[in-house]
Design a protein around this ligand. Structure first.
Ligand code: HEM
Length: 460
């Protein structure tokens, strides 16, 4: 049994009696030290390894770059519809109760073919309507406001106070709501993806109420925002489909962007060569993000594709209905695509595109927005926090406990206390940014307003 431990070490122990096959557990632990782990798996199994999602629930993990790319692109061979998963079809797994990554929801993420195109079109068209220049100013404005909350203290946890809230506050503005709703939503998504299963279930229910409330409010009072555009889109999504789509946008957009910012800041704070190449302007912020996405990817494993026919991959016999996981981090370490790091700069030198935004029909529709949020966030931190340094030894930084995501639980830093930012005059802000709406003293008595009142009550 290959055991992936969460203490920074991976041990590959010989097969034991309970697990006669060499199977990697994808639950309860966090893969680290992966060069070694993926390399050993590749050596032992070739391009694909057997994994266990839950005790007794089997799937496959793709290791090689080309096989991962094929699973993402070849939709006649691999489905995204988890209802086709044999474990579910034969009743061994209840999709409503399994890992969120393997559950099924009526959204673009779990659809194939024409149905996928119908559900994805409003997202693509909505994202295309975003004025990226105005959005850049919005992101900067929100980032500055977040820095203002801790800049005078000289210390902070960059995950809790910056990388966590920034993406969700930005996406919340796309829905045309005051920031208070964004803070509530950030809290809910962090709990849904958190480690406490009971709290996650409750938060998921609240999130569903949240998006139903959002759509009901926008149907009643349309605005210039993503939810209104999706309601009016020619794909004619039902209000419930718009609510699931809005929930998908938040769940797909928030946490990966948080981890991209956190992992990039960790790289800058711990890797002298990368930091100096960047501060000497030899490495742009976008190239820095790509380096981090190759080497410290915010998504290390992507949830399931379902085999649509029997096939062989390497030495493995895949049966129709088997679940396959996309091993992004393993693919990035495939010797066939990844040259050695540049000896002068230490930069990753992949000869192919990294897979962090996926590939094929489900590839991230908002990668430019994700990049914009991350690059602006990183730049604002560098500009505003002088003498920025880690407040703990690097080996004390802990990763979130997830086989899918790779990011920091916290990033404690210290810096020279600075001044809060002079905001733009209000008229200028209105012209140049997606406007911040005034906070409601008394939220309206609709479902969304009642949820906000409930959440404020918890945080008083
Ligand atoms: C650095 C940040 C981000 C990363 C690394 C990322 C990565 C990804 C990946 C890998 C997929 C493909 C999932 C799959 O094939 O199973 C995806 C899909 C998606 N992403 Fe992103 N994403 C990021 C930011 C965002 C943002 C900011 C948004 C929205 C505002 C967003 C919205 C979506 C949506 C809606 C999908 C589903 C598309 C579909 O199934 O057709 N993402 N993302």
């Amino acid at each position: 049994m290959t055991t992936i431990r969460s203490d920074g070490e991976n041990t590959v122990s010989p097969p034991d009696q309970d697990h006669p096959d060499d199977v990697v557990r994808l639950y309860g632990t966090t893969p680290r030290g992966r060069d070694d782990l993926w390399g050993r798996l590749r050596e032992r199994h070739g391009p694909i390894a057997p994994v266990e999602l839950e005790p007794g629930v089997r799937a496959w993990l793709l290791l090689d770059y080309q096989e991962n790319l094929t699973a993402l692109q070849q939709t006649h061979l691999f489905s995204r519809d988890t209802r086709r998963w044999r474990e579910a079809v034969e009743g061994r797994v209840d999709l409503a109760k399994t890992l969120p990554m393997m559950s099924w929801l009526p959204s673009a993420l779990f659809a194939d073919g024409e149905e996928h195109a119908r559900l994805r079109a409003p997202i693509m068209d909505g994202v295309a309507r975003i004025d990226m220049t105005a959005m850049a100013r919005t992101v900067r404005g929100i980032a500055d406001e977040l820095v203002d909350t801790f800049v005078t203290r000289g210390e902070t946890d960059l995950v809790a106070e910056f990388a966590g809230p920034l993406p969700v506050l930005v996406i919340n503005r796309l829905f045309g709501l005051p920031d208070g709703y964004g803070h509530m939503l950030g809290d809910l998504t962090a709990t849904v993806f958190g480690e406490n299963a009971a709290r996650a279930e409750e938060a998921l229910e609240r999130m569903q109420q949240y998006f139903a409330g959002l759509v009901a409010r926008k149907a009643e009072n349309p605005g210039h925002d993503l939810a209104t555009w999706m309601l009016r889109h020619s794909s004619e999504l039902s209000p419930s489909e718009v609510a699931y789509t809005a929930a998908l946008i938040i769940s797909a957009g928030h946490i990966p962007t948080t981890h991209l910012i956190g992992n990039t800041m960790r790289t800058l704070l711990t890797d002298d060569r990368i930091r100096s190449t960047h501060t000497d302007a030899l490495l742009s912020t976008q190239d820095l993000l790509d380096h981090v996405m190759w080497t410290d990817t915010p998504f290390q494993v992507l949830a399931g594709r379902i085999a649509l026919q029997d096939m062989r991959i390497g030495g493995a016999r895949i049966r129709t209905g088997d679940a396959l996981f996309v091993g992004i981090d393993a693919a990035h370490r495939d010797p066939a695509v990844r040259g050695h790091s540049d000896p002068d700069t230490g930069l990753a030198s992949g000869r192919r595109a990294h897979l962090v935004f996926g590939a094929g029909p489900h590839s991230c529709p908002a990668r430019s927005l994700g990049r914009l949020i991350a690059s602006t966030g990183v730049s604002v931190l560098q500009e505003r926090l002088s003498g920025l340094r880690l407040a703990v030894p690097p080996e004390e930084l802990r990763l979130v406990s997830s086989p899918f995501l790779r990011g920091l639980r916290e990033l404690p830093v210290a810096f020279r206390p600075g001044r809060t930012h002079d905001p733009l005059p209000p008229q200028e802000r209105q012209m140049e940014q997606v406007p911040a709406l005034a906070e409601e003293e008394e939220p309206p008595e609709d479902l969304l307003g009642r949820l906000l009142s409930w959440w404020r009550g918890l945080h008083r």
